[in-house]
Design a protein. Structure first.
Length: 98
């Protein structure tokens, strides 16, 4: 049986949210080779992980969030990516707050 989550879209990222099996909020990240070079992909993942670490208390407990980088994220600077992630987290909190 395949489990699918509900998605939230922003300009640079897609967030797929599932109700988790654990009481903690967990993160998954996908940045495909279509997005850019290895250096670019690693930079995006680093920024997403840092944003999650600093803002996970804003998210509802017990969800699994999978963040998928869109191609547009490769051309954004760190501040623009953080703004997009901030809006994504706001949308997730609004839609999935228990």
């Amino acid at each position: 049986m395949k489990t699918t989550g509900k998605s939230v879209h922003q300009i640079d990222f897609i967030g797929v949210v599932l109700t988790g099996r654990q009481p903690i909020t967990r993160l998954g990240i996908t940045v495909t080779k279509k997005v850019g070079t290895a250096v670019t992909r690693n930079r995006i993942k680093r920024i997403v992980r840092e944003h999650f670490r600093n803002n996970k208390t804003r998210l509802p407990n017990g969800i699994d969030i999978h963040i998928i980088a869109k191609n547009s994220s490769a051309t954004r600077n760190s501040i623009e990516m953080r703004h997009s992630l901030h809006r994504l987290f706001d949308d997730v909190t609004r839609r999935f707050h228990h």
